[in-house]
Every structure is written in C-alpha cells, then in structure tokens.
Design a protein around this ligand. Structure first.
Ligand code: TRP
Ligand code: SF4
Length: 329
C-alpha cells in the first residue's frame, strides 16, 4: 500500500541500444515490482533538440514503446505512457516557469555542455533552456520520491528539488516531496570503439539488431591492440569484448576469458564467438517480442493510451491543488 512512487522518462531519439538497456531499462524492469512506477516516453523533451525536423518522432516514440515492452516493462505493474498524451505536464511546466529564476536554468551544467556539443543544431531556444524545468514538472506532477536516472541527470534533479522547495515555501504549503535520484548500478556500457555508446558515433548495438547484424559488429571489433598474434597474451581489462562478456556471459565464461586471454589460451575469434552465444541468449527473445509488437502498432497504442488514462488521474489531482494555490482555473 505505502509503496514509494517512482517517475522516470526517456527521450525517444531512435531505437534503444544495449547501453540504454543496461544503463536504464533493465533497472526499470527490476524496479516495477518494488515501487509504484510511472515511466513515460519523453517526446516533448526530444523536441528540445529535434524541433527543426520532427518527422521521425512518431516512429521513435513507437520504437521506444516496443523496446520497453520487449525488454520486460509490464503495463500491469507500471504505468507506461507517452508524455505528450498527458497535457498536465505542460501546464505544470508553465506554472512552475512563473516562479523559476532564469539564473537557476542557465547555471545547470548540461545546458552549456550540450549546447557546445551539439553545434550542428541551434539550441538557443527557450525549450532547450527550459528542459530541466519540464523534467521538474514531469516528476512533481506525480509527487515522486525517487527518480531512477544516470549520473548525468543529477543536476536536473537538483533543480527539481530547488523549484518544488520554492513552490512550497512561496505559498506556505506542503504539496511536493523532494525527489531524490536513484542512481543506476553499473550504468557504463562502452561502445564498440570504446567511446561512449551513442547513435551518433556509429558504435552501438541495438535491441533491434538481427543476430547477423550483431555478429557483423562484434567480429571486426578492435580487441586488445597489443595482442597482434594469436599466441600473444592479451589483457582483457582493455578489451571491449571482455566488457561485454561481463554483461552477457555467465560467470564461468567471464572467468575463463579472464584467465585464458592472459595466457593466450583463447584466441579473439573464439572469444567473440563465445560472447555472441551469450548475447543471443539475452537479445533473441527481446528482438522477437519487439518485432511482433512493431507489427501491431494499434495494440501498442492501446497499451500506452491506457497508461495515459491512469497517469492523468494522478496528474489531475496534483493540478487541482496547484491551480487553486496559484489562483487559476
Ligand atoms: N532528461 C532525461 C534524460 O535525458 C529524460 C527525462 C525527461 C526524465 N523527463 C524526466 C528522467 C523525468 C527522469 C524524470 O535521460
Ligand atoms: Fe579481448 Fe577476448 Fe581477445 Fe582477450 S581474448 S583480447 S578478452 S577478445
């Protein structure tokens, strides 16, 4: 009964990769049994960077919905919905914007960092500046106590706490709890080239990749660069294949690779083949479910529409309080 409430969202910007899976989704699947969870596809947040060409957004949203269900999120356990289907998020964002000092937004570190990184896009827009305030509304709308996120989102939650604290102190009310981040364990999954796994680096393995595509990515991947010949001993600690073994293979295999690589007892080709077995075991059922779901978009829509109805019930209660306090209808 007194389950703690959790809210989190993901920006749809393309199909999910194994970094998203191990970094967030897998954790969400575990959380849905222990908490009252609200998980939403943050399509409005995608527009903060994709506003100039939103043509792919509906497809990305649908793919994310399919990825979630395929990976094991269960609409019976968690409330799953699309952010833009619950308009109250935008209303709370607007109302909170009235009492959010501009300086609080400009000093959020991701604001300048991302603007500097994504130079191909003109991000000198209010929506981009307001990104963490929309996120604040996402969380506050459900009065969540915990927000499962990665390290990179901690500053957004900091702003969130400041804004809800300001609301409560300004109006001398006790409306919002202060949400705390629930940091994801072992969130770092390197890309095939050792950089951060990302669509834009072309180094990602997707939940939608076929077995053949996964193989085509794994087999040519660079291993320990010092290991030139088959009988050179290797160092698994600098090898992305070993990182993936730790995610996909059983512990006996991980230990075998750790030992045999160092004494050239196993070659990289065999090591990769072994990894592919472990990957298939985890990825094949997700891929199959995903394919099936993508063939039935109506069914997907129904599941997420029903989630929006549930979310709106909670959102409406919060908005009734907030509207009254702020003197609007
Ligand atoms: N900003 C988050 C990210 O990029 C996505 C997000 C949007 C979110 N709204 C949220 C996460 C609310 C947690 C709670 O990962
Ligand atoms: Fe990497 Fe495996 Fe080759 Fe060792 S044997 S370098 S862990 S691929």
């Amino acid at each position: 009964m007194s389950q703690q409430r959790i809210v989190s969202g993901m920006r749809p910007t393309g199909p999910l990769h194994i970094g998203n899976y191990f970094g967030a989704l897998k954790n969400w699947v575990a959380l849905q049994s222990a908490y009252e969870c609200f998980f939403f596809v943050a399509d409005w947040h995608s527009l903060t960077t994709e506003y100039a060409d939103p043509s792919k957004l509906p497809q990305w949203t649908r793919e994310m919905a399919a990825d979630w269900l395929a990976a094991g999120l269960d609409p019976e356990k968690a409330t799953l919905f699309i952010q833009s289907e619950v308009k109250e998020h935008s209303e709370l964002h607007l109302l909170l914007s009235m009492l959010t000092p501009l300086g609080w937004l400009t000093r959020v570190p991701t604001y300048k960092e991302l603007q500097a990184e994504l130079t191909a896009k003109d991000l000198n827009m209010y929506g981009f500046l307001g990104y963490p305030l929309l996120q604040t509304a996402d969380v506050a709308l459900y009065k969540a106590q915990k927000v499962p996120v990665g390290e990179d989102q901690v500053s957004h939650l900091e702003l969130c706490r400041e804004v809800v604290r300001r609301f409560d102190s300004l109006y001398q009310k006790n409306v919002f709890p202060e949400p705390a981040p629930l940091l994801t364990p072992h969130a770092r999954v390197p890309g095939l080239d050792h950089r951060k796994m990302s669509k834009s680096y072309n180094n990602a393995i997707y939940l939608s990749d076929t077995a053949e595509e996964v193989k085509k990515k794994i087999m040519p991947a660079v291993t320990d660069p010092a290991r030139v010949r088959r009988d050179d001993p290797g160092n698994p600690d600098v090898c992305v294949i070993y990182d993936y073994h730790k995610l996909f293979s059983d512990s006996a295999t991980v230990e075998m690779v750790n030992v045999e690589c160092r004494r050239a007892g196993i070659g990289c080709v065999d090591c990769k083949k072994k990894l592919l077995e472990g990957m298939e075991k985890l990825l094949a059922p997700i891929r199959d479910k995903r394919t099936e779901l993508m063939q039935h978009p109506k069914q997907l829509d129904e599941i997420f529409d029903a989630g929006a109805v549930k979310a709106r019930k909670v959102a409406e209660q919060t908005m009734t309080e907030v509207r009254t306090i702020m003197g609007v209808k």
